[in-house]
Design a protein around this ligand. Structure first.
Ligand code: 5GP
Length: 133
């Protein structure tokens, strides 16, 4: 069965899309640690990031860098933190989280809640910024 993220890429499940090309997709995490928390995935469905083929692995990080650059340009933060866990969804994804301090990347802390309108607004800001890179 297709992973939840493959279903998002295929448009079967809605997402707040940030960026896409033929091989990669970026969208807002539905349970964010911070405003602008984004997931970057390869469209190919591989569970463990270090099992990706070399080209996809390199491409994923290049795509993530563009997303992080877009985040940094529109979300007030000190820098963009990066994390790979994969404890919940068995489809490779990189978390890109705007940070003010070290504790902002603690996945045990309570997530923030945002209205659909705010998610949409943030995705729009990020998407516009990404398209200018
Ligand atoms: P991990 O696998 O990295 O431990 O956690 C999976 C991440 O994916 C979590 O941060 C969770 O909020 C996010 N997530 C899980 N299901 C969905 C979904 O259907 N849509 C979106 N946008 N994010 C999801």
């Amino acid at each position: 069965m297709a992973s939840i993220f493959t279903r998002i890429v295929n448009g079967e499940i809605p997402s707040y899309k940030v960026a896409e090309d033929d091989r990669f997709y970026a969208f807002l995490d539905i349970n964010p640690l911070a405003e602008g928390h984004t997931l970057v995935i390869p469209k190919v469905e591989v569970d463990y990031i270090f099992d990706l083929d070399e080209e996809t692995y390199q491409g994923l990080f290049a795509f993530a860098r563009k997303v992080a650059t877009a985040q940094k340009s529109v979300i007030p933060c000190k820098r963009i933190g990066i994390a790979v866990l994969g404890m919940e969804v068995p489809h490779t994804h990189i978390h890109l989280v705007p940070l003010h301090s070290e504790g902002d990347l603690d996945f045990r802390k309570e997530k923030i809640s945002l209205t659909p309108e705010r998610f949409k607004e943030i995705a729009g800001l990020l998407s516009n910024a990404f398209n200018k890179i």
